[in-house]
Ligand binder design. Sequence first.
Ligand code: ATP
Length: 284
Amino acid sequence: MRVFEKAPAKINLTLDVLYKRPDQYHEVEMVMTTIDLADRLELIEIQTDQIVIESESKYVPNDERNLAYQAAELIKRSYNITKGIKIIIDKQIPVAAGLAGGSSDAAATLRGLNRLWSLNISTHKLATLGAQIGSDVSFCVYNSTAIARGRGEKIMTLPTPPACWVILAKPSIGVSTPSIYQHLDLSNIDHPNTEQMIKAIQTNDYQLMIDHLGNVLESVTLKQYSEVGQIKTLMESSGADAVLMSGSGPTVYGLTRQESRADRIYNSLRGFCQEVFVVRLLGV
Ligand code: ATP
């Protein structure tokens, strides 16, 4: 018995931090969508009551630190399942990049085990379970375009955004998300207009979407890592309609509707950065 699941990366079209809550978490508001850059997971039932992770990526832990492991453990515990599972992760999404790769693997594991073991868990319930693993897991369970509020676990789905190409470049640095949040000055934030972004998606207005991309963490990461700014400048001068950092970075993406321009931007970045991708926006 085995199932396959795709685990797409996400990008932030907006990322806003509203305030710091009494429980010390930041109250966020983020419009996120999925892109056609995905890990592939194979879930195989095994005879012994164990969770086994296999991945060729040297950056991904193969023990209980792996978010896919945690997802399998959560399902087994919550539904009293004594069967074992082997999870083979074909890692395509850059790690610690701001693209929610680990969260998407966890969400794909939740969806996959729901199918493999015919558990009939609703998407809403899976997303609630996912929030116990990490705040981006709920969004990844839905696998679509959505606005996330709270710590990121309160999800309201949105229609598919206007079609376009996404060029992504990840400098070879690791960024610690908690450290970026620590350096965010809440009294001096240039908030994105989330309402306009939602309107752009609902009315399928590409230009309105371009005009309202925004991420309050970008300026914090830019100050700490000059590579991120260099990539932004290069993407802008190569013809991207808009350029933004995803999550807490360091991945930067640019958008364009023209394939030839996407190729040009990709080629201009390849010499500068090892991890560069051109993909379509998915968001369905
Ligand atoms: P987010 O955008 O949600 O902050 P990210 O893209 O910045 O996520 P991930 O790629 O999810 O970051 O990885 C963050 C850390 O999680 C890594 O240091 C890695 O060791 C750990 N990790 C655990 N499980 C996985 C997994 N399945 N894939 C990738 N990283 C994982």
